[in-house]
Design a protein around this ligand. Sequence first.
Ligand SMILES: [Zn+2]
Ligand SMILES: [Zn+2]
Length: 381
Amino acid sequence: MNLSKKFLFFLSIFLFQFLFSTTYFIRVGIKSNIKSFYLSPYRKNKILFQHKTKEVNVLKVNQKTICVFIKPDKIKILNKIYKLPIRLYSEGKLKINDGVYAGEIEVFSKDGKTINLVNILNIESYLYGVVPYEIEPMWTDEMLKIQSIIARTYTIVNLNRHREDGFDVCSTVHCQVYKGINENMELRIKKAVDSTKGLVVVDKKNEQPIQTYYHAVCGGATENVTEVWPGLPYNIKALSGVKCDFCKNSPYYSWRQSFSLNEFILKLKNNGDDVGNKIKNIDILSKTEHGRIKNLQILGNKNKIEVSGENLRRILGYNKIRSTKIYKIEIKDNKIIFYGKGWGHGVGLCQWGANELTKQGKKFKEVIEYYYPKTKIKKLY
Ligand SMILES: [Zn+2]
Ligand SMILES: [Zn+2]
């Protein structure tokens, strides 16, 4: 090996290590326990696949080629049968049912009865498919950067959530909604993700990424995590409540919701609480430091019960009782009316408030460090 060849050899090793160390890959569970799926080329690209043997094959699939699972561990594609697991990929992206995916798709069976599809791609490409579902289109570019940073941090902190299922995160609200790459994705989202590449929110002291919870509107102040999810091992300092009236111009700042008394009684009954057929009184027993209901008491003609604020939301519906920041409850004309502020659990960042701060010229670092006290932004890769 002459000197220049040696140099190139070492340069390529260095570049490989550099690329490897700066790319985080993620396994996203996109379909679970299915029997078949449609596979299509994206822009006439060839679809390739690889089984365990590492041998690469070319699949000349048509538009919407059906792939059918054959018990216990095989799959049939275009009249040929292959042993699972296999990995599908293409020169560009590929289409599974109606979703377009970057990276690779792993097909495997866990139970010998159904198959699971996992999308393996780098975290930055994954975020292109997550951020669009967490924002409002009229928010500022700076707010989209904030959303990219907190979604990235949330992803990295929750990578272990589905280890037993064979992937890192699922594609529903349980983790974060992900529907593959949005073909009409706004350039704005790509820009926001790219310009914050590798940035995460960490604890100022131990530099560990924090659980970046967020909600739409806090309604005046965010909430201490210990009040909402007591006993869970969260970073208490980073998730403590702060004042925020920046969200007061949001369309969701205050709300009112009424139920007929019969409907209210029935919903309690369906939850296993029989108070009788009349409501005599309803009282707020205790509130949190930042004004959310901890406990309330419902007095019926048969029974008296205590319900926590969180349970009230669950019983009556999260979208009807938008938050536990309820300041007045009224019983009149056979109706019960709840008056409240904000939308969501109130922990962490208030999205509408954060957007307002960016409109006033604040940058992402300042806004994030406001809503997550005692944290800073760190470049992870
Ligand atoms: Zn999940
Ligand atoms: Zn707010």
